[in-house]
Design a protein around this ligand. Structure first.
Ligand code: HAM
Length: 431
């Protein structure tokens, strides 16, 4: 084992034990998105480096130190995507999806950031993201937040906290930025190196510093919410009112500034206190200027992305109910004469009961060893086909999870018996 390969640091294998949670999340997400009229878009994992620089912002952590950037063989600088919004906007412009129309899109898959790995923070991680284009809101802002809340309910994920803020327009932010720089200049002695550097480049980011020595100064800093332009202020109030009317709890947190530069107006984060420092499980906001910045016609937009690893960790901790996935039936067979009939029977059962999950034993072995495997598979029933059953067209059905004795039934009756025992729907004939 000493020389065996290991996965790259910060990049995880998702093992079969855990994959039912990933599948449950994906299924719930696809269903909730469909319920709100969102369609899936599939995007490349790599894009031109320039696309990310222009959308996420040159002076952000992602662009300055976290991108996997390299030259391809043609000498072009390309990067593994650190997030999905930039690629989604690029695709929407490129394919004319935004011409005089609205779009509701979702996507998922791996994202890559060269961060320091720790619990809940990885270098290859996965997101599901949702983006709505062409809608000025605030109704769409509210709908997106309610949609994410519905997903948590559907998954049985509890104790998430919704925090929202407004960043105003880029113009109102420019005024506020000047004010903030002035304020922090008056407290230079308290700012750590990182914040002193940010004071010149991206002062709003100082507001979400986690350094406890700066907490007091940050708490007393002027709040962007007090310096919003009129329209952004009205927009924010409408979002808050809409959430209240829908019974969605939230808190306003003026320190949410987000680590990507494309946001304007509404920004939000769903957080948990169950995962330690990496507490955001889903975050996003409005980015009304990004489509134009990337060469498209002015198109308002809003979206969010959720961190799948963090949600899956919560699903594990909270023991949420998972979509069933293990086998229900284990088909054992004894003797050379039974091997092929068993394979044919397995195929017939899968034809007749498309939802049935059946494992056909492979590799021979005694009745006892096959029953051990059947038990370990987690199946509810074993079917046993021996040479005698083959000869008389029957099969033994053995319940594995209760004390009911094994019993013999005719092979022609197996479909009906399994359908009733496992509450499976036989396919509708002729469809
Ligand atoms: P983000 O806040 O950078 O936003 O990432 C969204 C979510 O991805 C986070 O809330 C977190 O759950 C998860 N995440 C981020 N980095 C990591 C990591 N290194 N390891 C594990 N999970 C991570 C965006 O990416 C925006 N594109 C969201 C958006 C969509 N805004 C508008 N539309």
């Amino acid at each position: 084992m000493a020389n065996a390969f290991q996965a790259i640091r910060g990049m995880n294998d998702i093992l079969p034990d855990n994959s039912p949670r990933w599948q449950t999340l994906q299924q719930a997400l696809a269903e909730v998105c469909a319920a709100y009229g969102y369609s899936e878009i599939r995007l490349p994992l790599v894009e031109r480096t320039e696309l990310f620089k222009r959308s996420i912002g040159e002076v952000t952590d992602i662009i300055e130190k976290e991108m996997y950037t390299f030259e391809d063989r043609g000498g072009e600088s390309i990067s593994l995507r650190p997030e999905g919004t930039a690629g989604c906007v690029r695709a929407a412009i490129q394919h004319g999806l935004l011409h005089n129309q609205t779009q509701r899109l979702w996507y998922g898959g791996p994202m890559f950031r060269y961060e320091r790995p720790q619990k809940g923070r990885y270098r290859q991680f996965h997101q599901y993201g949702v983006e709505a284009f062409g809608l000025t809101g605030p109704d769409i802002d509210i709908e997106l937040l309610l949609m994410s809340a519905r997903l948590w309910r559907r998954l049985g994920i509890k104790k998430l906290r919704l925090q929202i803020n407004s960043l105003g327009t880029s113009e109102s932010r420019a005024d506020y930025r000047r004010l903030l720089v002035e304020y922090f200049r008056g407290h230079m002695g308290v700012l750590d190196d990182d914040s002193q550097r940010r004071l010149e480049t991206n002062p709003l980011r100082i507001l979400d510093s986690k350094n406890p020595d700066m907490a007091e100064v940050i708490a007393a800093a002027p709040s962007l919410l007090d310096h919003l332009d009129k329209e952004s202020d009205a927009h924010f109030k409408a979002v808050c009112d809409g959430l209240k009317a829908a019974g969605q709890k939230f808190s306003i947190n003026p320190r949410i500034v987000r680590g990507l530069d494309y946001y304007s107006r509404t920004v939000f984060e769903w957080t948990t206190d169950q995962l330690g420092a990496q507490d955001a499980v889903c975050s996003g906001g409005r980015y009304d200027d990004l489509v134009t910045q990337l060469g498209g016609k002015p198109t308002p937009a809003i979206g969010f992305a959720m961190g799948v690893e963090r949600l899956v960790a919560l699903m594990e901790m909270q023991e949420t109910v998972l979509a069933p996935c293990g086998p229900q039936v284990y088909l054992a067979h004894l003797g050379d004469e039974a091997a092929q009939p068993a394979l044919l029977l397995a195929e017939q059962l899968r034809d007749a009961l498309p939802d049935l999950r059946l494992v056909l034993h492979a590799g021979g072995g005694s009745f006892k060893s096959q029953m051990k495997k059947a038990d370990r598979s987690g199946a509810d029933f074993a079917l046993v086909l021996g040479e005698q059953e083959v000869a008389n067209g029957s099969v033994q059905l053995k319940p594995l999870r209760n004390a009911v004795e094994q019993y013999e039934i005719r092979q022609v009756d197996v479909v009906a018996e399994l359908a009733s025992q496992l509450a499976l729907q036989p396919p509708i004939q002729g469809v």
